[in-house]
Design a protein around this ligand. Structure first.
Ligand SMILES: [Mg+2]
Length: 106
């Protein structure tokens, strides 16, 4: 079982700078759902805190698929996460870390 973690802001919950709002990234949510349906353990975190992350998880309809955890600190691998998806290139706390590109133009 793979332990995979997803970030909220500018990851699952994209910042739409042009329209000053946030919108779901349905492609990445699809990736999350794939891992869940594959039987993997899916975590979500946010620098905005656990309560904020849980609120967005609930809003996106992912409540029963994920466990919200506190966001790790740089260099902290104690969570033993195999794979992360995060727009923060300094959040390299998984064994493999996918840095999500921020589109500054949208
Ligand atoms: Mg982020």
């Amino acid at each position: 079982m793979t332990r995979v973690a997803f970030d909220i802001d500018d990851s699952l919950w994209k910042i739409d700078r042009k329209h000053a709002r946030q919108v779901p990234d349905y492609d990445l949510i699809g990736v999350l759902r794939w891992f869940f349906n594959n039987g993997d353990q899916v975590f979500v975190w946010s620098a905005g805190g656990v309560d904020y992350a849980q609120m967005i998880v609930d809003k996106l309809g992912l409540t029963d698929m994920v466990k919200v955890i506190p966001k790790g600190k740089f260099g902290n691998k104690q969570l033993d996460i195999d794979l992360t998806f995060d727009d923060d290139k300094f959040e390299q706390i998984g064994k493999v870390n996918v840095v999500i590109r921020r589109d500054e133009k949208i």
